[in-house]
Design a protein around this ligand. Structure first.
Ligand code: MTE
Length: 321
């Protein structure tokens, strides 16, 4: 996964998000920073807003949200977030994903939710877009040691799972991406198996920080970022945040995950951001925020330690990497 290509647009080249942000107030109000004690569980204060991420009309609502303490992190620009991507179904060249992913067909789109649930159901994307959508500004840390801050739109995965009623025997949640051979790369050329699959433990999936994202910067999800709906798990390395999800299955055993299948000694099932456990081939102690020159220290659980650490109490995080 590691490549050294970088994309640092100049400030003068990146403007569209200013229309959306507009005011410093929004940044202060919206930045959900787990590293700041006062903001723990702050997502609770981001109430429902515009149900349609296609419209940017929710921006004003967000700006008026109750302010929470900021960590000093600034969201990356729309240009940065949408032009430096990993989406191997299209290309392994981060800078080319935006162009190649124009081929992604996002309508009609359904997400089949089943397995160990009381009420299996196939949701149409328009139904999912009617779940109350929220703004969540999260840090995003790729295992390749780059990071961004992204203002996602979406809703908690827990809200979807509640509708299908997981059975007592369900312990894990498996996710699968669209794989359409007619316009996507072969597994052979990408170097990983398709369809792309991921998984979470049920408590991780139910955690209020875990998001099904349907957009960013108040716009519907750009194709290159995993349209029309993707997972976002902000305390885990970015590859856990599977894109363009078509199937969610509750299981009683740990589901296979794409990068673990490809390189089991390098990518574990948990893949929690951890500056103390290095990748076998590089350090995880620091990261380069896209748009910045120097490296910054990586935070335990990507800064969401207070919210999520208890889920791993007593676990050997080196063994369960
Ligand atoms: N999901 C699918 N289906 N295919 C992929 O190649 N790449 C993963 C993850 N989800 C990937 C995926 C990796 S390695 C990262 S870092 C993030 O998506 C990148 O998300 P972004 O392009 O929105 O920054």
């Amino acid at each position: 996964m590691a490549t050294s290509k970088a994309n640092n647009p100049k400030d003068s080249e990146v403007t569209p998000e200013e229309l959306f942000l507009g005011r410093r107030n929004f940044i202060r109000a919206g930045l959900f920073a787990g590293s700041v004690a006062a903001t723990s569980l702050a997502y609770k204060y981001f109430g429902p807003r515009s149900a349609n991420p296609e419209t940017a009309s929710g921006a004003a609502d967000v700006a008026s949200q109750t302010a929470v303490a900021a960590s000093g992190d600034q969201p990356n620009t729309f240009e940065e977030i949408t032009n430096y991507n990993n989406f191997y179904e299209f290309t392994t060249d981060k800078l080319a994903v935006a162009e190649e992913a124009k081929a992604l067909v996002t309508r009609p789109w359904t997400v089949e939710v089943g397995g160990l649930v009381q009420r299996p159901k196939t949701f149409d994307i328009d139904e999912l877009l009617r779940f109350p959508q929220e703004e969540r500004i999260y840090r995003f840390r790729c295992v390749e040691a780059w990071s961004m801050v992204i203002p996602w739109m979406g809703f908690p995965l827990a809200a979807l799972l509640a509708q299908v009623e997981p059975l007592g025997t369900a312990k894990y949640v498996a996710f699968e991406s669209l794989y359409d051979k007619s316009y996507m790369q072969t597994s052979w050329s990408a170097g990983i198996d398709f369809p792309y699959v991921e998984g979470l433990r049920l408590d991780e999936a139910m955690h209020p920080l875990t998001l099904l994202a349907t957009g960013l910067y108040g716009k519907q999800m750009p194709n290159q970022n995993g349209a029309p709906i993707r997972l976002v798990v902000p305390w885990k390395y970015g590859f856990k945040s599977i894109k363009s999800v078509v199937r969610i299955t509750l299981t009683d055993s740990e589901p296979p995950t794409t990068w673990n299948i490809a390189a089991p000694r390098e990518y574990g099932f948990y893949s929690n951001v951890n500056p103390n456990v290095n990748h076998p081939r590089w350090s995880q102690a620091k990261e380069r925020r896209i748009g910045e020159f120097s490296m910054r220290p990586t935070l335990m659980f990507n800064g969401y330690e207070q919210e999520v650490a208890s889920m791993y109490a007593g676990m050997d995080l080196r063994k369960n990497f």
